[in-house]
Structures are given as C-alpha cells and as structure tokens.
Unconditional design. Structure first.
Length: 150
C-alpha cells in the first residue's frame, strides 16, 4: 500500500483538491506499477515556493512546483519497507494564475503539476528534448487515462 500525504500550508481551504490529488497520485502509482511507496505533496503559497526556489535552486522567482527527491541511482530499498520518494511542493496561487493564462481549469493545472512532480520524484527530467518527450508523454497518459483533459 502506498502512503501519500497531502498537506495544506496555505491560508485557503483546499479539501476537495486534496482528495482529488490523493486519488490522482494513487492512480499514477498504479500506472507505474508502484506499491509500497511514500511521498508528500505540500500545498504552499507563492512566497513560500519563491523562498524554496531561491534557497535550493538559486533562482530568485516564484515557480509552480519544486520536488525534493530522496532517491538516486545508489538508493537501497530494504525488503518489506516503503520506498520513500520525497516531497512535492506546489504553489496553489501559481496554479490558479497558470490555469487562467493557459485557458484551462484549475483542476487541470494542479493535476498536471502534481503528476509532473511525481515523475520528477521517480527520476524523470526534461533537460533535453528526448527526456522532455518521455516525461511529458507519461504525464499526459496519466492525466488522459484519469479523465483530466485540457
């Protein structure tokens, strides 16, 4: 069984979104045939993600999602224990802004961002065109299969 924690550190209430995020990420885990994984999603505001971006990435601006993956190629997975993947920080303010900018729903935007973060935790990246193609195809497959369309 997977353990996915979703924590709201914003001043707004996001109870419905939290439940949808948990369901979507459990679905993504099933698509990737993952069981016994553990990770967190932390919903934050722009000021918090700006600070994280500046502190840990050296980029002095607001971003939408930041991941802190705990695994690397040398990770050891012990039998009968969960794989601890890390944390996904998601700016709900930025998700709202981007949903308007891209002309789709808030649900579509935060869903895309948490799935994007999920694949970063699994080691996927988009530094090259080839990596981007693989990662974005996986994201779209999860979102489409789950019924979240543009």
């Amino acid at each position: 069984m997977n353990r996915i924690g979703v924590f709201n550190e914003t001043i707004k209430v996001y109870d419905q979104e939290i439940e949808k995020i948990k369901e979507l990420l459990n679905f993504a885990c099933q698509k990737e045939h993952l069981d016994h994984v553990e990770f967190n999603v932390i919903l934050v505001e722009n000021d918090k993600i700006h600070l994280l971006n500046k502190t840990y990435r050296g980029i002095d601006r607001v971003t939408d999602v930041i991941t802190f993956a705990l695994e690397d190629e040398d990770s050891v997975v012990l039998p009968n224990q969960n794989r601890v993947l890390g944390d996904i920080y998601l700016s709900m303010e930025k998700a709202i802004e981007q949903a308007k900018e891209y002309g789709h729903s808030f649900e579509r935007e935060y869903s895309f961002l948490v799935v994007h973060g999920f694949y970063h935790l699994l080691g996927y990246d988009h530094q090259t065109k080839e990596e981007e193609k693989v990662m974005f195809q996986k994201q779209e497959e999860v979102l489409d299969s789950y019924g979240i369309k543009r």
